[in-house]
Design a protein around this ligand. Structure first.
Ligand code: FAD
Length: 554
């Protein structure tokens, strides 16, 4: 059996390796137009920043063997043609026309099963100057090497166009070496990953590290120095001198081969596949960044190009081209990244996405220590849970902070994958000892808070909404119930603030007006909720608290 694979980075080599294990007799060939194979694209920002010394480390197995063509041939009996581009698919004759880019020789390769793992290409917006020397995207390892060289040769003023995952990872890894300016078209960073009130917290960290952030700003043109090299980036927010520009404005699936072969594309523009990762031609499979996936919560097609997904696709395809019937049910849009001291993770639907899709949404923002507060190294995490108020099923989670985000995120992935309700999450038998967690894990705590809200016990509001109402000059009492020490350390600078520590609230409640709205807050929101219940027991009828307290104030 002849298995032909186009694309040699993540989905392609994984499919090849799995197919080999399932079918020792198959003739397997990978065609890759670039010169590097099976590398960790996700490691490129860390290579550029110098945490990974050599680019070969991104292509090596955990025991240090570099995965090049000889490795694939000798270890896996897989034939690899690098520097070779697939030009066209002849579905009738089951051949692919390829060109050797070094010799320009063109020939046909036959297949019984074809795999498209052609990946994605970074978007290069059609702005004047985008082709100047010193303007890069991070589409492949060659470009990552060029960016690293530029930094090593003294590029110190770096402008990143795009405040998404890749732009922010680059700001993180280059932040100590260069002056970073990020220009983002949308009003917040990570606009497709987080809800705005959490993006604001990431923006604060970036600014705190000296990153210049221009949000809601468009790049108009990139200007050269007269010798073809980049000199400055002109945006709607001003003009910024630049030695190096990285365009990180998203990626598009590479679907030309599939489209020209008449294979069906989905509504996102990526290749449409079924649960076996077969295209509309049953002998042609596709996976990785060139396909669209079904979102496990919404059931809708989504384009979520991730290395984690590409590798899982590769395994399923490898099984199936070797005669198996493995399936890939879909994705949750899970992502995680580090921006300086902040870890940021998300999975499922954000609140904004869920609302757009028409769910009756309830959410809660809950800060908590990631391990026992008395244990050295305890750090905060902020969890936002999103649920369907009609079914109480969880829809998504966003988790961030300097603490252990990763553990909570992956528990949420498991919960969402199994269709858990808020109640089920609250009963998970999560691990506890002081070095690892708190007796009630932050996730359990967040689930219980959301249950209180869903049950109508806790009346809480999103902190960004409160901030907007304050900016609009709305008249309400903002009741701070923290201790005097906390009050002296940090305050919300608004005339609406009234300070009464929780312990004094019963005694001093008469100082508060019963005919005005009262919004309570504390450090995290637990005392805020307690204050709400105290005031209600004393006859106040218009009391709520804002979620996240000072810890998550946007
Ligand atoms: P690609 O990696 O795009 O590879 C496709 C290959 O196919 C390319 O080498 C291309 O040359 C080749 N090809 C295409 N067309 C042809 C043709 N006609 N003929 C021959 N060859 C062809 N994902 C995560 O999950 N976590 C992360 O932390 C993360 N970080 C990232 C950081 C950066 C800077 C970047 C750029 C990406 C990151 N990703 C991350 C995404 C991840 O790298 C991709 O999802 C993954 O590489 C997709 O693998 P793929 O095999 O589908 O496609």
């Amino acid at each position: 059996k002849k298995i032909l694979i186009i694309g040699g980075v993540a989905a392609g080599p994984k499919a090849a390796a799995r197919a080999r294990r399932c079918d020792p007799g198959a003739e397997i060939t990978i065609v890759e137009e670039g010169s590097f194979l099976s590398y960790a694209g996700c490691g490129m920002p860390f290579y550029i920043g110098g945490m990974v010394e050599k680019h070969e480390e991104l292509m090596a197995t955990p025991v240090g063997v570099v995965r090049d063509a000889a490795f694939f041939r000798n270890v896996k009996d897989i034939n690899v043609l690098t520097g070779t581009r697939a030009e066209a698919i002849d579905r009738e004759n089951k051949t692919v026309r390829v060109t050797n880019l070094a010799t320009n020789e063109t020939y046909d390769l036959p297949y019984d099963k074809l795999v498209l793992a052609t990946g994605s290409k970074p978007v290069r917006p059609p702005i004047p100057g985008v082709d100047l020397a010193g303007v890069y995207t991070l589409g492949n390892l060659e470009e990552a090497r060029a960016v690293r060289r530029a930094v090593e040769q003294g590029a110190r003023r770096v402008v990143i166009i795009g405040g998404g995952l890749i732009g922010l990872e680059l700001a993180d890894t280059l932040g100590t070496k260069a002056g970073i300016t990020i220009v983002e078209m949308m009003d917040h960073v990570l606009p497709t990953l987080l809800d705005p009130e959490l993006s604001v917290l990431v923006e604060r960290v970036l600014r705190g590290k000296g990153v210049q952030l221009f949000l809601g700003s468009r790049v108009e043109r990139i200007e050269g120095d007269g010798n073809g090299a980049v000199a400055r980036v002109v945006t709607t927010a001003g003009s910024f001198d630049a030695d190096l520009v990285v365009v990180a404005a998203g990626v598009r699936p590479r679907v030309e081969l599939a489209r020209e072969a008449g294979l069906e594309l989905g509504e996102t523009g990526a290749i449409k596949v079924n649960e076996y990762l077969q295209t509309s031609d049953p002998d042609i499979y596709a996976g990785g960044d060139c396909v669209e996936n079904i979102h496990l919560i919404s059931g809708r097609p989504v384009y979520t190009p991730m290395g984690s997904v590409a590798n899982r696709h590769g395994r399923v395809i490898g099984d199936n081209v070797a005669g198996g019937r493995d399936t890939f049910p879909g994705v949750l849009g899970t992502a995680i990244l580090k921006v300086f001291e902040m870890n940021i993770g998300r999975t499922g639907l954000s609140e904004s996405e869920a609302r757009r899709l028409g769910y009756r949404v309830e959410s809660f923002i809950c800060p908590a220590p990631d391990r026992a507060h008395f244990y050295p190294g305890s750090k905060p995490v902020i969890i936002k849970l999103v649920a369907d108020a009609s079914t109480r099923k969880l829809l998504g989670a966003q988790i961030l902070g300097p603490g252990d985000v990763n553990k909570r995120l992956d528990v949420m992935v498991a919960a969402l994958s199994m269709g858990a309700t808020v109640e089920q999450l609250a009963t998970f038998d999560l691990a506890y000892a002081p070095p690892f967690s708190t007796a009630l894990d932050p996730l359990t705590h967040a689930a219980n808070c959301l249950r209180n809200k869903l049950d109508g016990r806790a009346r809480s509001i999103n902190p960004l909404e409160v901030k907007k109402r304050l900016a609009a000059g709305e008249d309400f009492v903002l009741l701070d119930v923290r201790t005097p020490a906390e009050f002296n350390e940090v305050r919300l600078p608004y005339p609406n603030v009234v300070f009464i520590p929780l312990g004094k609230l019963r005694e001093r409640a008469k100082e508060l007006p019963k005919d005005r709205e009262i919004i309570v807050f504390c450090k995290v929101s637990l005392r805020g909720w307690e204050a709400q219940t105290i005031l209600e027991s004393l006859g106040f009828t218009n009391v709520s608290f804002f979620e996240g307290g000072i810890a998550a104030w946007p």
